[in-house]
Design a protein around this ligand. Structure first.
Ligand code: G3P
Length: 219
């Protein structure tokens, strides 16, 4: 499973890139606004200069003609830009058109298997089931990821599954077990994925033993 960062924070993207495990970035209008990035284009270009893999950028319209206009413009910002389109009827129409133009789409705000089937049929490069938001309303978000992976496997769909709206490290483990191609995670979750108290204790004990042995050998 590949790991993408779900953030528009440039410093977090730089830090993540240093770890060498971040294969892409996903943004959305809320994440962009959180960072106060008024110049959307400049921010996306900067992210694309840090991360070579797919960088998802979302259109901000509900009307097909305007979505298409924005998508075609955004797709020219950098070769690794992926256009995030919401899983609505208008979004499906736009996805089909963009796919024919070889512009890669990440169909976002996916909450059902039917949306995922139609998205793959329309030619979306990625589908983003929102796990955390389904959990929030009492569903099991990861079951949707499992179902999409199973059905895509049956029919050899090329669409890659991005487990999105990831809230904690257990979601990452479940996404990997479900066979998601990608998990897009907040920076805080990426850090938590690597942390373990027994590792920290082990390192501290090794360091202490090393120092005490070195002191004894000096005597
Ligand atoms: O990748 C989707 C993500 O940005 C939404 O996450 O936590 O707002 O549901 P969240």
């Amino acid at each position: 499973m590949r790991i993408f960062l779900d953030t528009a924070n440039i410093e977090q993207i730089r830090q993540g890139a240093k770890l060498g495990v971040v294969g892409g970035v996903t943004t959305n209008p809320s994440l962009m606004m959180k960072e106060g990035l008024a110049d959307y284009e400049a921010a996306v270009k900067e992210i694309c200069s840090i991360i070579a893999g797919p960088v998802s950028v979302e259109v901000v319209s509900e009307e097909p003609a305007e979505m298409l206009k924005q998508a075609r413009k955004m797709a020219k910002w950098a070769p690794n830009v992926i256009i995030k389109i919401p899983a609505t009827l208008a979004g499906l129409e736009v996805t089909s058109t963009l796919a024919k133009e070889k512009i890669k789409v990440n169909l976002t705000l996916c909450f059902s298997l039917n949306q995922a089937i139609l998205g793959a049929t329309a030619g979306a490069a990625f589908i983003s089931p929102f796990v955390g938001r389904l959990d929030d309303i009492g569903h099991n978000g990861m079951e949707l990821v499992e179902d999409i992976v199973t059905v895509y496997d049956y029919y050899n769909y090329a669409t890659e599954v991005i487990a999105a709206s990831i809230r904690h490290p257990q979601h990452c483990i479940a996404a990997a077990k479900a066979g998601a191609h990608i998990a897009t995670v907040p920076y805080s979750v990426l850090i938590q994925m690597m942390q373990h108290p027994l590792t920290d204790n082990g390192v501290a004990r090794f360091m202490a033993d090393w120092k005490s042995a070195a002191q004894k050998s000096k005597k």
